[in-house]
Design a protein around this ligand. Structure first.
Ligand code: HEM
Length: 149
């Protein structure tokens, strides 16, 4: 699993380009804060918009392009890659969720060949989450022999 660097990069880039939550990690200020030239008074609720942070061209050149290579050979920066929030209240399940994704995808991709039917489906909100319109439609075009079979 540790050797699957490109798969890890695909997972990281997927979370960058299409974070499940567009915003998340609300914090209520206990003291005034200067942020980006604005002074926010105490008690203000501040929320991270990961959708926009992940689209900053100064941080991610060509942000609309899906480029897993961005993450090859470097770890995602916790201040610039925030699909799981950040700071001491960052998602408790992050490591578990990332490992589970990697395991499931490595297992599925090693045994099947898949084709996505709606690769350019626009993203829309369902409740609090971002999902592809019409749902992700995936077709299995080949089932590969398992090595142990
Ligand atoms: C792709 C999957 C997941 C995503 C994108 C996600 C995202 C997030 C985000 C954005 C937050 C808010 C963090 C913040 O306030 O800075 C959060 C909090 C949390 N998540 Fe997840 N999460 C995922 C999966 C999971 C799983 C699998 C678990 C449990 C097994 C989990 C448990 C939690 C808990 C307990 C918190 C609250 C942490 C706290 O307030 O201290 N999450 N998650």
């Amino acid at each position: 699993m540790a050797k699957l660097e490109y798969l890890q990069a695909v997972i990281d880039e997927t979370h960058r380009a299409r974070p499940i939550m567009p915003i998340g990690g609300a914090r209520k200020l206990t003291a005034p804060l200067e942020l980006g030239g604005y002074v926010l008074p105490a008690s203000t609720t501040v929320v991270n918009c990961m959708y926009l942070v992940h689209r900053r061209p100064d941080v991610y050149p060509d942000p609309e392009k899906f480029l897993p290579e961005r993450f090859i050979g470097k770890r995602s920066d916790p201040y610039q890659w925030t699909p799981f929030g950040g700071g001491i209240r960052r998602c408790l399940g992050m490591s578990f969720a990332l490992f589970e994704m990697k395991l499931v995808l490595a297992t599925v991709f090693s045994q099947t060949r898949l084709r996505i039917e709606n690769p350019h489906a626009p993203v829309k909100r369902r409740g609090f989450f971002m999902v592809p319109e019409g749902g992700p439609r995936v077709v299995m075009v080949e089932r590969r022999q398992r090595r142990s079979d």
